[in-house]
Write a protein that binds this ligand. Sequence first.
Ligand code: GMT
Length: 381
Amino acid sequence: MRIGITCYPTYGGSGVVATELGIELAASGHEIHFISYSQPFRLNGRNEGIFYHEVPVSNYPLFEFPPYDLALASRMAEVAEFNELDLLHVHYAIPHSVSALLARQMLKSRGRNLPFVTTLHGTDITLVGLDRSYLPITRYAIQESDGVTSISNYLREKTIEDFGIVRPIEVIPNFVNCDVYMPFSDEAVRAEARRRFAPHGEAILIHLSNFRPVKRVVDVVKTFARVAEQVPAQLILVGDGPDRSAAEWLAHDLKIHGRIHFLGKQERVNELLPLADLMLMPSELESFGLAALEAMACKVPSIATRVGGVPELIDDGVTGLLYPVAALDAMADGAIGLLRDRNRLEVMRDSARKAARTRFCSTKIVPLYVAYYERLIGLSS
Ligand code: GMT
């Protein structure tokens, strides 16, 4: 198939899923065309069968707000026509599904068929989509999509409830490439690599996000501070965003900045995750929690919040531990308990990797997308 993919190219879960999906599809022989305002950050341009089309956005002085969604719709239609795309797959409803709808209309008037799939990821529904100024058009574009998928049952139900959507929504969970995200095969090599962050054999905790308020990065630092009072530990923080400075100030105020490694945005998180003992994900809301899945694949269980779609990913007490939002003492106690009981932690580490492999591996999930595309193309031709 020849598939166009649109996503936010910046640091965020939906862009990661879209990019990894494109890479996996190209590896299995499909032709993939990314259409976005800049190259998705995990796409390094070396992948066979992958093409990237930049969307130019005019800065004409009259446009106080440059109309990206219109430029995107134009580019989608052009790319689809010039490359004879079979289908468009847009990740994150706003504004991508609206642009795809316009592109489909434009091509229809030229006698061409371009079905499109919208994948809902989270804040497009739970936050942004509920803003009155976006709700009616987002609801319309979801309703009019040829196919709609959601990354968890939670998000599917939420979309039906909050948007009053009456069309089918297929749940296709997020996935991870278990051959890229994997634990060290040799414990001695892992121990050596851990020395970079934990020179005295301390425990390593990790957090990975875009540091938006919903991720509660300040809670990460506070929880870590409680853990570090009881167990020698270091914290690796991967990512950047609006709450980074608050987290850095807090680390200094609590006098634990010497044990926290602020790494900023990193491309190869698969090389960092397997160094950790535990992941901290105290989010206010997660429709799925891709970072926790990537950690699980690397044999790292999460101390996380029982919110949104997280319980569909993490089996509480088996592949991680779940707590109410802001239950910092309980989260710290959970982490301390595991770090002090190495046998229990080891069993949980094994279960986390096993769950990632058996339920969320790209080899299992990507074929679900392919089957879904084939069904749609069959229906629309
Ligand atoms: O919260 C983020 O990291 C951004 C957001 C996005 O769309 O980029 O993430 C959402 O999509 C991810 C990939 O499907 C999910 O793993 C996240 O849980 C979801 N974030 C929220 O629901 C807050």
